[in-house]
Design a protein around this ligand. Structure first.
Ligand code: ZN
Length: 258
């Protein structure tokens, strides 16, 4: 085998993007860490949750916690899952640009930070909901609020944000532990993946539900995995990249355009 023929070289992400008619991106927490948003499931995240709040994140962010100790839920949630200063990183920006060029059919994300929309992506499927559209849980109310409203402590009663119309709790529209994922989002994600000829999975080890199950809907030509650590599907991928997601996309986009 000689290095000069190039016949055995793996395709580059830019090549695959250029050849694809229907690319779908599936991203996890690792896509947002480059925007400075820490992964609460990381070792540091787990440790600080137990040290400072007395429970692991799966307990703090559960529907049971919201129902039985909402003040602790909102303390942890507002102190750890919301970062108003976070900005889209080169991965978010490249994905939005690729969509504009007609080369990105859908972005599926497990993140709740809204950074894909902030970058300009239109077709974003949010599997775990979003920080940006809190709502009142009051029966027959359903009032929608802004994130600013939820964070404004003048609306808080006993440590819990409340609705100015009916006085009920205002909660984030995110899927908590112990809650079902949204059927529409799951259906849209499965459909997008099943129709894709190129699927790029990034920033997830595919260990968190429902990532691995959704990816199994893929029957297209090329699967690309971008993650710092090995994933369950590395053996099935046509291209495995261990570099930071932002750098990988900035580079690929440059090559596709030139
Ligand atoms: Zn209300």
């Amino acid at each position: 085998m000689t290095a000069s023929t190039g016949a055995t070289m793996a395709p580059s992400l830019a090549d695959l993007l250029a050849d694809s008619k229907n690319t779908v991106f599936f991203g996890g927490a690792g896509v947002s860490t480059e925007s400075g948003i820490p992964d609460f499931r990381s070792e540091t995240g787990l440790y600080s949750a137990k040290e400072q709040y007395g429970y692991p994140p799966e307990v703090l962010l559960s529907i049971q916690m919201l129902e039985h100790d909402p003040a602790l839920f909102f303390k942890y949630y507002t102190e750890n899952l919301i970062d108003l200063t976070a900005k889209p990183n080169p991965a978010h920006l490249a994905l939005a640009e690729l969509e504009k060029q007609g080369k990105m059919a859908a972005v599926i994300t497990q993140n709740i930070d809204g950074l894909h929309q902030m970058a300009g992506s239109q077709n974003v499927i949010e599997l775990h909901g979003s920080n940006w559209r809190p709502y009142c849980v009051g029966l027959n109310c359903d009032e929608r609020y802004t994130l600013d409203y939820l964070l404004d402590k003048s609306h808080w009663v006993d440590g819990v944000p409340t609705c100015e119309k009916c006085g009920s709790m205002v909660r984030p529209d995110v899927v908590l532990y112990g809650e079902m994922l949204d059927d529409d989002a799951m259906y849209s994600a499965a459909k997008a993946i099943s129709e894709a000829d190129l699927l790029i999975v990034a920033g997830t080890s595919l260990a968190v539900y429902p990532a691995a199950g959704l990816v199994s809907n893929f029957s297209g030509r090329n699967l690309v995995l971008i993650n710092k650590t090995p994933t369950a599907l590395d053996n099935h991928a046509d291209l495995v990249i261990r570099e930071p997601v932002g750098e990988v996309f900035a580079q690929a986009l440059g090559s596709v355009e030139s």
